[in-house]
Design a protein around this ligand. Sequence first.
Ligand code: NAP
Ligand code: GDD
Length: 342
Amino acid sequence: MISGITGQDGSYLTEMLLEKGYIVHGIIRRSSSFNTFRIDHIYNNPDYLNSRFFLHYGDLTDSSNLNRLVEKIQPTEIYNLGAQSHVQVSFEVPEYTAEVDGIGTLRFLDAIKETGVKTRFYQASTSELYGKVQEIPQTEKTPFYPRSPYAAAKLYSYWIVVNYREGYNVFASNGILFNHESERRGKTFVTRKITVAASKIILGQQDMLSLGNLDAKRDWGYAPEYVEGMWRILQADRPDDFVLATNETHSIREFVEETFMNLGEEIVWKGNGVDEKGFLKSSGKEVVRIDPRYFRPTEVDLLVGNPAKAKEILGWQPKTTFRDLVKIMVASDFEKAKKRSE
Ligand code: NAP
Ligand code: GDD
């Protein structure tokens, strides 16, 4: 059973579990327009629909719905990926974010406890928990310091997972996942925003890429590898908490440079602070500018995770490098822009 099945991770996880022979039940939210584009190819596969792949309407804000679904489906594994997952948006909708990303997890765990269903529970915890980092690199032992309503809500989820594990013997684990991206990443997250915009700029379909803080650093991995890590976390002998990360960090500025490099262009930066601009070296055309609208009230400056525990206990390690990740995303978005398919 997967919440957040229509998201980036949910779609990759579904593919992987179906390939392993699982029956997958996904929770989708009712929407006035289609929100299933990432899983339509699975839905439209006659081998899967109504035999091994099922969708149910639901919402993490609705306990009676979650109770009913857990009781009806009797899942052997639950992956709680559903969330208002955008950090900047969480400053605009803090209460809703707390409801979904914090209390939503409690609702799920309590449904397990009250129904007595024997299942394993995966919680999508996050490197945002480290926020104003207390140690470099971050490990499972690094103290948390959340810097957004999103991270504060996820902090509650992290601890309620630990509490239901210790208090009620629920097999519940936290995957503390550092940023992971892909060609399916939502377009408002910075990596995809950059690869989509740069592709369109090169093709003459867009003039400018507006960004916020160029100097924040992230530990970026490739999403399909991280969902495999989630699965490994639930196959472990006992429930526990694991960091999944690459142990490498790069700035947004580097991501921009690497993206344009893949498109055959070099970026030259001029100016400082909000007046800084990025130009194509070849033509002198201005293509990147700073828009303070994208600054956050509190920023997470640097994330870099040490996945040694996951390697030792789960045999998990990332494979795709930063350069390969950018290459994969640019190749996909350039093709889509050429075909004007998204
Ligand atoms: P995503 O693409 O934004 O997907 C989020 C999913 O949650 C979507 O399916 C969304 O449904 C669903 N959702 C939102 N609100 C919901 C609600 N009230 N009830 C039920 N479902 C709801 O996120 P992602 O990148 O796949 O991330 C998956 C999970 O991992 C999230 O919990 C995220 O916070 C966490 N995480 C992500 C990363 C990362 O780098 N990607 C790192 C660490 C942790 P709609 O399609 O209808 O909007
Ligand atoms: N979104 C966005 N848009 N971010 C920008 C922009 C912009 O125009 N310009 C600069 N940034 C900076 C942000 O300030 C932040 O420091 C960094 O780029 C990354 O932002 P996002 O891509 O939005 O991701 P995030 O790191 O805040 O959150 C993602 O990763 C978390 C794991 O660390 C999300 O997937 C979270 O759900 C996840 O928990």
